[in-house]
Design a protein around this ligand. Structure first.
Ligand code: ASP
Length: 349
């Protein structure tokens, strides 16, 4: 496939010099390298967090960031860095993705994930898969080994089997904490419905902690390529095959070397309606806004008035790190050539 790469002049010159000398680009070069990850946005307040959980979350965010950064330092691609970081978060019960995913109304887990490559805007996504341990890696296979961008449910799993991806039992994603959240959510939903609220209004009224924990990553590699990825279990008690923003290219995930890379977390219906990830990068591209300004505009000035809660992580082609959220907290971490790994949970972090 023809890949059109839009490289910053300095990086393009560097690539030429490297090619001329026959050496592989090394981490000694000055090309910017950066990775930013998130582990979900929501009502994450210090007074509700135990010291043990906070420590565990920060340790896992650090581990995932460092794993992604190690890929970049070894001249790996932004895409590989994003996947390395997300797989660690999918395997951790602390987050709402893979193991630790929320339950749907029927008591199962339906997982969504997507990826986008900023070099050529190639993308892959899966929605509503139930037997795939690392949905982000299946999204990669959809991108690389199928002629499609997005596969769902049983079809996605049939494709996975054709690619020799092992199937796992849905129960491997179970956690006590999320099961209790489902029981509480169902009680609340039934009560609201008895009071005459329709199902969607009742679901919308659930407190933010019934969904937080989605994971995502954006990265910039030594060749100047951006990539973004997002993975989630969606929203507790989701029903009727509901799919959120995470697997939708442009809503939950977007990457374009000419503007920025974004991974989102929050109330998916709003992120789909307002095309959040792509809108942020469009503001950078066509309005000349900085990534931080564009993210703040969309998260605070567009989503907030509409009632949409959540946040985003953003990287631009120069490696500038931006984060924006309109919730009390967002699990997040970043690392770049200039900045050692740094984690954040609360607004004040
Ligand atoms: N955006 C996810 C969804 O709506 C949930 C989240 O990020 O908290 O499925």
């Amino acid at each position: 496939m023809l890949k059109v790469q839009i490289l910053k002049p300095a990086i393009a010159a560097l690539s030429l010099a490297v090619a001329a000398s026959g050496m592989a680009a090394s981490s000694e070069t000055s090309a910017p390298l950066a990775i930013v990850i998130h582990g979900g946005a929501g009502t994450i307040l210090k007074e509700n967090m135990t010291e043990v959980t906070e420590k565990a979350v920060r340790a896992k965010l650090t581990e995932a960031t460092n794993a992604g950064y190690a890929v970049l330092e070894n001249n790996g691609s932004a895409m590989d860095a994003v996947i390395a970081a997300i797989r660690i978060l999918e395997d951790s019960p602390l987050f709402n993705a893979g193991r630790g995913a929320v339950y749907n109304y029927e008591g199962h887990h339906e997982l969504d994930a997507s990826l986008m490559d900023g070099a050529d805007q190639n993308a892959g996504a899966v929605a509503g898969v139930q037997h795939i341990r690392n949905p982000i890696s299946l999204a990669r296979l959809v991108m690389d080994a199928s002629p499609h961008v997005m596969l769902m449910g049983e079809g996605a799993e049939a494709f996975a089997r054709s690619q020799d991806v092992p199937m796992v039992d849905n129960s491997i994603f179970n956690t006590e904490r999320r099961y209790e959240a489902l029981q509480k959510a169902k009680q609340k939903l039934e009560k609201e419905e008895r009071l005459g609220k329709d199902y969607q209004a009742a679901l919308d009224a659930l407190p933010l902690h019934y969904r937080y924990g989605t994971v995502g990553a954006v990265a910039l590699d030594a060749s100047g390529n951006l990539a973004a990825g997002t993975s989630t279990g969606g929203m507790t008690a989701k029903r009727y095959g509901r799919i959120g923003d995470a697997p939708i290219i442009g809503a939950g995930t977007w990457a374009d070397n000419a503007s920025c890379a974004v991974s989102a977390t929050g109330h998916g219906e709003y992120f789909i309606r307002f095309h959040v990830a792509a809108d942020i990068c469009a503001r950078v591209k066509y309005q000349g806004k900085s990534a931080q300004q564009a993210a703040d505009n969309v998260i605070h000035d567009v989503l907030m008035p509409a009632g949409g809660t959540g946040g985003v992580i953003v990287l631009d082609p120069s490696g500038n790190i931006s984060m924006s959220f309109n919730t009390p907290g967002m699990y997040r971490a970043s690392r770049s050539r200039e900045q050692p790994v740094k984690t954040g949970i609360y607004k004040a972090d």
